[in-house]
Design a protein around this ligand. Structure first.
Ligand code: NAD
Ligand code: G3P
Length: 320
C-alpha cells in the first residue's frame, strides 16, 4: 500500500526520509509552491534544511492527487488539521489516515483522531505519537513510538508498514490515551521550561512533571483512556523527553517566558493553543487541571510565571 504525507514540515519530511530508507517512494503535499520546488529540485525541505532527500521523495501542491495513497500521514500542525482534510475533495474510503500531530483542536475540543473521524468518516483514523525529534528520525537514530488505531487489524498493518530498522512502533487500540498523552505533554513542557527559565530549579521541574502527569492521567481517564497508555511512550515517554530537552520548541517557549525573552513566532509551539483547548475541556468536564490552566494564562500573558507558581504553591493541601 502506498504512503503519502500531508505537510512538508520537519516531522513529515523526517518520516518520509525514514520510510524512503526502507524502499518506499513517498509523496509529500505542501501548500506552497516554493516548498514543492525545494523538495523536487534542490532535494531539501525548508524545515529540515541540513538533510539531503533522495529522489524517491517527491512533492506536489495537488492535495487530491497526493491523497490517493492508501496510507496518509497527516503532519500539519494540530490547528490546521481540520482545514487540511477539508481541502481533500475525493472520498477517502477505507484509507488509513495517520495523525502525526500533537494537540487538541480548539473548535472541536478533540484530539486528531476525533478531527479525522469528523472530517472524513469514511476513512480509518490512527495516530503515530511518542518521544521523537524530527532531526533524530531524519538522522536514522533509534526511536520508539506508539501507533494507535481503534481497528486493530488496520493498526497491525500500519505497525508493520511504518516500522523501520531504526523506528520501532508499539501498537495500541487506545487512540484517546495516545493522543491526549502527546497533546498534554507539550503543555507541561511549557510549564517546565518556564520554571527553569525563571530560575526555580530542577526540584520544581520534577514536581511539575509529576503533578503534570497526574493531570494528563486525570483528563485521559475521564475521556475513557487506559491509564497504562499514559504510562507508555505516548505519555510518560514523551513527557520525559519534552520537559528536559532544549531541542523541544515547547520547552524552549517556556524557557523564554521564564526569562522574559521574545520567542520566534514562526516556530510551531503546539502547547499554547492546546492549553487553551484543554482548559475549555476541563471546564466542560468539571475537572481540575491547575498546571494546564496556569500555562494557558501565562501563555496568553494574563499571569506572570511568578504569579502562576505562587498560585500553584498556595492551593489547598491534599492527598497525593
Ligand atoms: N518536529 C518534531 O520534532 C516533531 C516530532 C513529533 C511530532 N511533531 C508534530 O508534528 C506536527 C507538525 O510539526 P512540525 O515540527 O513538522 O512543524 P513545522 O513547523 O516544521 O512544519 C509545519 C508545516 O505545516 C505547514 N502548515 C502550517 N500551517 C498550515 C496550514 N494552515 N495548512 C497547511 N499546512 C500548514 C507549514 O507550512 C509547514 O510545512 C506538530 O503537531 C508536532 O507536534 C513534531
Ligand atoms: O519540539 P516540540 O516541543 O514540538 O517536541 C517535538 C516532539 O513532540 C517531541 O516528542
Amino acid at each position: 500500500m502506498s504512503i503519502a504525507v500531508l505537510g512538508a514540515g520537519a516531522f513529515g519530511t523526517a518520516l518520509a526520509l525514514s520510510l524512503s530508507r526502507e524502499g518506499h517512494a513517498v509523496r509529500i503535499w505542501a501548500r506552497d509552491p516554493e516548498t514543492v520546488a525545494s523538495i523536487n529540485e534542490a532535494h531539501r525541505a525548508p524545515r529540515l534544511p541540513d538533510i539531503a532527500l533522495p529522489d524517491s521523495i517527491t512533492a506536489s501542491t495537488d492535495i487530491d492527487d497526493v491523497a490517493q495513497a492508501g496510507t496518509l500521514l497527516l503532519a500539519v500542525p494540530m490547528q490546521a488539521l481540520h482545514a487540511t482534510l477539508a481541502r481533500v475533495e475525493a472520498p477517502l474510503t477505507g484509507q488509513r489516515l495517520v495523525a502525526c500531530c500533537k494537540g487538541v483542536d480548539l473548535t472541536e475540543l478533540t484530539g486528531p483522531t476525533g478531527v479525522i473521524a469528523h472530517a472524513k468518516p469514511e476513512a480509518i483514523p490512527a495516530i503515530l505519537t511518542g518521544p521523537s525529534f524530527a532531526d533524530d528520525i531524519a538522522r536514522d537514530l533509534p526511536t520508539a513510538l506508539t501507533l494507535a488505531c481503534a481497528d486493530d487489524a488496520a493498526g497491525k498493518a500500519l505497525q508493520h508498514q511504518l516500522s523501520t530498522g531504526a523506528l520501532r512502533l508499539y501498537r495500541t487500540t487506545d487512540t484517546i490515551g495516545a493522543e491526549l498523552g502527546g497533546a498534554l505533554k507539550n503543555v507541561i513542557a511549557i510549564a517546565c521550561g518556564a520554571c527553569i527559565g525563571e530560575g526555580l530549579g530542577d526540584s520544581a521541574r520534577a514536581a511539575l512533571m509529576t503533578r503534570g502527569f497526574a493531570e494528563m492521567t486525570r483528563l485521559a481517564a475521564k475521556l475513557g483512556a487506559k491509564p497504562e497508555t499514559l504510562a507508555g511512550l505516548s505519555g510518560l515517554g514523551d513527557l520525559a523527553l519534552t520537559c528536559t530537552s532544549e531541542l523541544s520548541r515547547n520547552y524552549r517557549f517556556g524557557l523564554a517566558l521564564g526569562r522574559g525573552e521574545v520567542f520566534d513566532a514562526s516556530l510551531t509551539v503546539e502547547g499554547v493553543k492546546t492549553a487553551e483547548a484543554v482548559r475549555r475541556l476541563a471546564e466542560r468536564l468539571e475537572i481540575d487541571l491547575p498546571i494546564c490552566a496556569m500555562v494557558h494564562e501565562v501563555g496568553a500573558r494574563d499571569t506572570s510565571v511568578a504569579e502562576a507558581i505562587r498560585y500553584l504553591l498556595n492551593r489547598p493541601l491534599k492527598e497525593e
